[in-house]
Design a protein around this ligand. Structure first.
Ligand SMILES: [Zn+2]
Length: 171
């Protein structure tokens, strides 16, 4: 083998990191044994490879993968919860508005009865017997509407509350 034809940089790198094998690797090794120039280059690359091998990947915490999965799942859970809350809030808000409207309208019959009394005094006695009933019924209706709204708000407040997340091991 001619000593004039030196090894390529690729071959020397292959020798240094032991990826150049087989007959080609043997020939390159033989050339380096006989050629000081290539041997010097090889030792330089060898030192470089050795230093690179001492550089390690950043050490990940042993529970890194699981903590990432847990974080992703928690994020998905929160997003799902928000979506469900919005979906639940729409009918709940509609029902709450309906309940408030019902409560407001429940006061209307008494007003109509009052006008009715002004026009037909003949029916006054009959209607006057109904008015107290309606008046008496207003309070339970109002209380029912209030309790219903309170229940809806309570459910919404519970649905909006984010589930407390387990503390990560790192912090
Ligand atoms: Zn050489």
């Amino acid at each position: 083998m001619s000593a004039a034809v030196h090894l390529s940089e690729e071959q020397i790198q292959g020798l240094a990191d032991a990826t150049l094998r087989g007959p080609e690797g043997l020939a390159a090794r033989e050339h380096c044994d006989a050629c000081g120039e290539c041997a010097a280059e090889l030792s330089m690359y060898g030192a470089l490879v050795q230093r690179l091998s001492t550089l390690e990947d950043p050490v990940l915490p042993p529970d890194f993968t699981s903590s990432v999965i847990v974080a992703v799942k928690q994020r998905e859970h929160v997003l799902l919860q928000r979506r469900q809350t919005v979906l639940a809030a729409i009918p709940a808000a509609a029902v709450a508005i309906f309940a408030v409207l019902g409560w407001i309208l429940s006061a209307a019959p008494a007003v109509h009865v009052d006008r009715f009394l002004e026009l037909w005094t003949v029916g006054r006695h009959v209607v006057s017997a109904i008015v107290p009933v309606l008046e008496a019924a207003r309070l339970p209706i109002a209380l029912g509407a209030f309790l219903f709204c309170a229940a809806v708000l309570f459910v919404l407040a519970r649905a909006l509350r984010v589930v407390p997340q387990p503390a990560p091991a790192s912090s």
